[in-house]
Design a protein around this ligand. Structure first.
Ligand code: ATP
Ligand code: MG
Length: 146
């Protein structure tokens, strides 16, 4: 596991962009963390790293936003998803393996995540602009990310 301290929103976005540069195009990135942790900020940076600069926001009501950059990106927000029927209804299973899948509120679909997914946990700290990142599944790139 890689543990990083993000001192700012910009750092978090830059971290997302760095991780984007490591992707081959079919990975699942499962994000964990509370309201306002920085999941969308991280996703915005990751998308920017893939050449997607417009319209990245939490797809809370839509559940999924699709973007096209270097790879297709499917950005899910599972905040309102409570069971496998809901997931099926939004087409989650059809998207698997067709692009980069990046998921907010992965806590809600833990059982349905791909076993080899990259896990990104973001924790708030007592400092308003600081976040702790724990990244699982990218240990081989620790020197690039730290
Ligand atoms: N180090 C940091 N990294 C990321 N965001 C930060 C940081 N410091 C402050 N912030 C702020 O915290 C907020 C994070 O909001 P964001 O929408 O990314 O959270 P979220 O995890 O997607 O929340 P939600 O569950 O509501 O979708 C933004 O206003 C951002 O500017
Ligand atoms: Mg969000």
């Amino acid at each position: 596991m890689i543990r990083l301290d993000s001192p700012s929103t910009e750092y978090t976005e830059a971290l997302g962009a760095k991780i984007a540069s490591l992707l081959k195009g079919r990975e699942m990135i499962a994000m964990f963390g509370d309201l306002g942790a920085g999941k969308t900020a991280f996703t915005r940076g990751l998308c920017a790293g893939l050449g997607i600069t417009d319209g990245v926001s939490s797809p809370t009501f839509a559940i999924v936003n699709a973007y096209q950059g270097k790879f297709p990106v499917y950005h899910f927000d599972m905040y309102r998803i409570t069971n496998a029927d809901d997931l099926f209804a939004v087409g989650y299973y059809d998207y698997l393996g067709t692009g980069v899948i990046i998921i907010e509120w992965s806590e809600n679909i833990e059982e349905e995540l791909e076993p080899d997914c990259i896990r990104v946990t973001i924790r708030k700290t007592e400092n308003e602009n600081e976040r702790i990142f724990e990244i699982e599944g990218l240990d081989e790139y620790a020197d690039v990310l730290c």
